[in-house]
Design a protein around this ligand. Structure first.
Ligand SMILES: Cc1cc2nc3c(=O)[nH]c(=O)nc-3n(C[C@H](O)[C@H](O)[C@H](O)COP(=O)(O)OP(=O)(O)OC[C@H]3O[C@@H](n4cnc5c(N)ncnc54)[C@H](O)[C@@H]3O)c2cc1C
Length: 468
């Protein structure tokens, strides 16, 4: 292995081939501290050519490569296994904004750019890059693309896949594919870009991307509505879309249990309603005209929802600070859960029209199997995406309850499949959900996925053990 490391050092420079355990530790531990992998070395190339040369050396020595961006992923995708036979390849030094084309409304970036820096660079040009998620201060666009991340504005702008027009990729053979075309139309055969997006680093290393930019909205406005049930939340979604069209940019469902948990764990946060309600929806509207226009649209739609008995009550934020306060309630749900203790998490999606039926059917199934268990159910309802987390019944410790993880997963995922949904809406498969993927995907789908993997990565060196 000295030979291998010497070759890597000759390519990237001594300082950027790290093999001292203390210096590797931060790269090898999953962000919640739940697992630490082992690696031969952490490679930190500074150019695309260095990435390609390092991949060629890895291929020569048959060494598995784990690409890593910001290491914020939640399914053990960016961490090597425990064998100590793989290398971790960090993209963090590839962090340049390469070009902004204000007329084509595109930005070409290195894969290691932090998402927040991309948002800021777009804003500096008077544009919007709409991908936004709570990890945006540390996740990279390469990781967002590799996991096809969603975030808070999918309803209006789509997932990361919809925000990308072109990619640059280092193949498992160490070649550079330059697909950095800012084209909105390109019907010239198989769409290679779409193969690499969402592949979680198992088919190649994304080193650059052309991203779509949008006009900055002139105003955005936030409201919180209180409702009787998830079925009413769906009625509200349809009503809002009918009244506001593409101006509706966010639609987040939160159950009473979620906001009670936030109130318990973070008592300083606002409590918008004097009394509790079974469900809440956080709404966001953007306008390309003016704040007055956004307020007018929202007030008209909320008036119709109150008149039609779809909602019980609503508060509309009247300042940026109030709007941030409402979003804080949503963003503090995962933090409140973490403070309250570990629970069994599911990041699922369903056809939007079946979400209320899924919630009504699955709760009783879980209660029959684990009497008294608590559901922390919230999510991007407008995208059909739920965080459907199961907390222990009162009196049972969180650690004891985690022993039931496989059985809980089976109840939830069987129900997801019965409703035509997906076991991973956002976070991907990684190493954590690999067995579940094998359990639920059809043989036809799995065989096509394996054939693609074998064709592009015949040596199996790209992120081994992840996804498949
Ligand atoms: C607080 C928090 C909030 C989140 N919110 C959301 C959310 O709202 N929506 C959502 O979809 N996800 C969310 N996530 C998960 C989200 O997918 C990731 O945080 C983010 O997209 C991963 O980016 P990263 O740079 O940290 O990638 P990493 O964690 O480093 O890697 C993730 C995967 O991508 C691969 N990868 C990384 N870079 C490359 C590359 N350049 N080429 C090829 N493969 C690569 C890795 O091997 C790994 O499999 C959240 C995570 C956290 C911690």
């Amino acid at each position: 292995m000295m030979d291998f490391l010497a070759q890597c050092r000759a390519i990237a420079g001594d300082a950027y081939v790290v093999d001292a355990p203390a210096d590797m530790a931060a790269f090898l531990t999953e962000q919640r501290g739940r697992f630490t992998g082992k690696a031969l070395a952490v490679l930190r190339p500074g150019t695309v050519e260095q990435v390609a040369a390092l991949v060629r050396v890895c291929a020569e020595h048959r060494i598995g490569i784990v690409p890593q961006g910001g290491n914020t992923g939640l399914v053990l995708g960016s961490i090597p296994d425990a064998s100590g036979r793989q290398v971790l390849l960090s993209l963090a030094r590839l962090n340049r904004i390469r070009k902004v084309d204000a007329v084509n409304r595109t930005m070409t970036v290195d894969a290691g750019c932090i998402l927040e820096h991309i948002q800021q660079a777009a804003a500096a040009e008077g544009c919007l890059f709409p991908l936004s998620l709570a990890a945006e201060g540390s996740c990279t666009i390469g990781g967002n693309l590799a996991t096809n991340a969603g975030g808070t504005a999918v309803l209006r702008y789509g997932n990361t896949r919809e925000l990308c027009l072109g990619l640059e990729v280092v193949t498992p053979q160490g070649e550079i594919w330059s697909g950095l075309r800012g084209l909105r139309k390109d019907n010239t055969g198989y769409d290679l870009r779409d193969l690499f997006i969402g592949a979680e680093g198992t088919l190649g290393i994304i080193t650059g991307a052309v991203l779509k930019l949008y006009p900055q909205p002139k105003a955005s406005i936030t409201a919180l509505a209180a409702l009787p049930s998830p079925a009413d939340a769906l009625r509200l979604l349809v009503l809002m879309q009918d009244h506001c069209g593409a101006s509706l940019t966010g639609f987040e469902l939160m159950s009473r249990y979620c906001l009670d948990l936030v109130a318990q764990q973070f008592p300083a946060l606002p409590r918008p309603f004097a009394e509790a309600h079974p469900q809440y929806v956080l709404l966001e509207l953007s306008s390309s005209e003016s704040e007055q226009h956004a307020v007018g649209l929202l007030e008209h739609a909320i008036g119709a929802a109150l008149d039609g008995g779809v909602i019980h009550d609503a508060v509309v934020a009247s300042s940026v600070a109030q709007s941030a306060g409402l979003w804080q309630l949503r963003e503090h749900i995962p933090l409140a859960q973490a403070k309250a203790g570990k629970n069994i998490k599911h990041d699922i999606s369903l056809p939007v029209s079946l979400i209320a039926d899924f919630i009504a059917a699955t709760g009783p199934l879980l209660d029959a199997a684990f009497p008294g268990c608590q559901l922390v159910c919230f999510g991007h309802l407008g995208d059909g995406n739920l965080h459907y987390n199961v907390a222990p019944p009162p009196g049972i410790s969180n650690d004891d309850f985690l022993a039931n993880q496989d059985k809980v997963n089976r109840v939830v995922y069987d129900s997801v499949m019965a409703f035509g949904g997906s076991i991973s809406a956002e976070h991907g498969i990684g190493a954590l959900k690999r067995e579940e993927l094998a359990h639920y995907k059809s043989a036809v789908e799995l065989n096509m996925m394996r054939a693609i993997k074998a064709a592009l990565d015949p040596l199996g060196i790209m992120n081994p053990g992840k996804v498949l």
